[in-house]
Ligand binder design. Structure first.
Ligand code: NI
Length: 185
C-alpha cells in the first residue's frame, strides 16, 4: 500500500523513533513492504518509517536507479530494523542530497565516508555490514531520520539561510509533488 509522505515541518520527522518490537513480525514485514512501495512510487532511493508517520527505527534504501552514476549500486537495496552504527570513519566526503520529505531542495552534505552498521534484516537475522560510497550516504541519511535529524540540519549556515523561504513554504504544504504528502496542519 502506498502511504502519504510527511513533509518538513511535521512533528514525527523531529521525534526520536522507538526501537521496533521484533515480536510483531507480520506487522513489520507489512510496514517494510509498504515503505518499499511508497519509496518506488515517489522515485526515491531511501525512506525511513517516520517519513510515513510511523515512529519506529526502520529504514529502506534502493540504489538501483542511481547505478548510472554509481555502478556499485546496481541491484543494491537494504531493509533495516533497529540499525545502529558500530563504526563511522573520521574521513568524510561531501555530496548533494535530497529527501522525499523536503521536495525540490538539495544541499551538499559532508558525512563519514565509511560506516559499519548492525541491524535486523526482514528475515529477522542480526547482520553487521560495512558500507562506503553512496550506499553509506543513503544509509546515514535514513538513520538520521530515526533520530529526528534532517539533511538540511547538516548544510552549511549560508546554504541553510538560502533555503529558509523554501522550507517555510514546505511547512505550509506549498510545494508540488507527484506523490501524496501530508503535513501536521
Ligand atoms: Ni530523507
Amino acid at each position: 500500500m502506498i502511504l502519504p509522505i510527511f513533509l518538513y515541518g511535521s512533528q514525527v520527522l523531529r521525534t526520536r523513533a522507538q526501537e521496533a518490537d521484533l515480536s510483531d513480525r507480520e506487522g513489520l514485514r507489512q510496514l517494510i513492504a509498504d515503505m518499499i512501495e511508497t519509496m518506488h512510487h515517489a522515485d526515491g532511493c531511501g525512506l525511513a518509517a517516520p517519513q510515513v508517520g510511523v515512529s519506529k527505527r526502520i529504514l529502506v534504501v534502493d540504489g538501483d536507479d542511481l547505478s548510472d552514476r554509481f555502478p556499485a549500486l546496481k541491484g543494491f537495496h537494504r531493509e533495516m530494523i533497529n540499525p545502529r552504527f558500530t563504526f563511522e570513519s573520521e574521513e568524510t566526503c561531501a555530496y548533494e542530497e535530497g529527501c522525499l520529505s523536503i521536495p525540490s531542495v538539495d544541499a551538499e552534505i559532508s558525512r563519514p565516508a565509511k560506516i559499519r552498521v548492525r541491524y535486523i534484516s526482514p528475515d529477522f537475522e542480526e547482520k553487521e555490514e560495512d558500507f562506503e560510497g553512496f550506499a553509506a550516504r543513503m544509509i546515514q541519511h535514513e538513520m538520521d531520520h530515526l533520530d529526528g535529524i534532517l539533511f538540511t540540519d547538516h548544510a552549511s549556515p549560508i546554504r541553510r539561510k538560502m533555503l529558509t523561504g523554501k522550507l517555510m513554504n514546505i511547512t505550509k504544504g506549498k510545494v508540488h509533488t507527484r506523490y501524496r504528502v501530508k503535513t501536521d496542519k
